[in-house]
Design a protein around this ligand. Sequence first.
Ligand SMILES: [Zn+2]
Length: 291
Amino acid sequence: MKKFLYLAIILFASSFSSFAQKVNEPTNGNPQWKENYAPFRIAGNLYYVGTYDLASYLICTEAGHILINTGLASSAKQIKRNVQQLGFKFKDIKILLTTQAHYDHMGAMAAIKKQTGAQFFVTAGDKETAASGGKADYEMGKYGVTFKPIHAEKILNNFDSISLGETHLQVINHPGHTQGSCSYLFTVKDSSRSYKVLIANMPSIVTDRRFQDIKEYTTVSNDYANSLASLKSLEFDIWVASHASQFGLHKKRKPGDAYNPSVFFDQKGYMESLEELKKDYEEKLKKDAAN
Ligand SMILES: [Zn+2]
């Protein structure tokens, strides 16, 4: 009887929590977020396993794999298929990371964590947003829970190192877009050379509110300025980003193209993108001051 009562309480509690955590993924109107894209090797042990526009990165090591970004909730199946198509085991994913806690990169995170048993690491700035399924985000919070809430096994701070096998990733905080947005810097190798890779979170502006009116994130304006300056100072051979469109994946590479890391050598495109973002930021400051 006691046992039965205990079970009934658990069943009630779990049905209540799944009700409380109803996920409302905002419709985005961007069909390229859901479009399939054949996975490919970017450089060394770094692979692209995302959708046509929502970039997901797989870093394969002898000790298992790291997966960065998981797209929308519906991307889980696509990412799994892409990992397997490359000849890797989905269950060998040991560490899950994100560049920012927005639903278009966190959608499948909890599901993939459950399927693989991997650990989820998140920056201190995005910890609450991840745990609340996006509800704690200063801008996207208005939509409520936009992805399945996920608790982190480890909190990352600026310049922390994440190691798995022979791969070491450096975390660099680039807040603004979300409070805990970050980029990753690391080295990969193939038979001919090594490459310094930057997975950049480009600080695009997400709010229509004046920066000074965002009471839940008072350092937002300075954070954008600092992130833009930090990104500009980084040195690398290859750069990619949270969205394929941000680093021009489909201009640089066509499906079926042979392995060629050099198509992602693009300092000029990187600097131009940062200049554009800086212009957007400065225009926003002017608009905020005028309103
Ligand atoms: Zn975003």
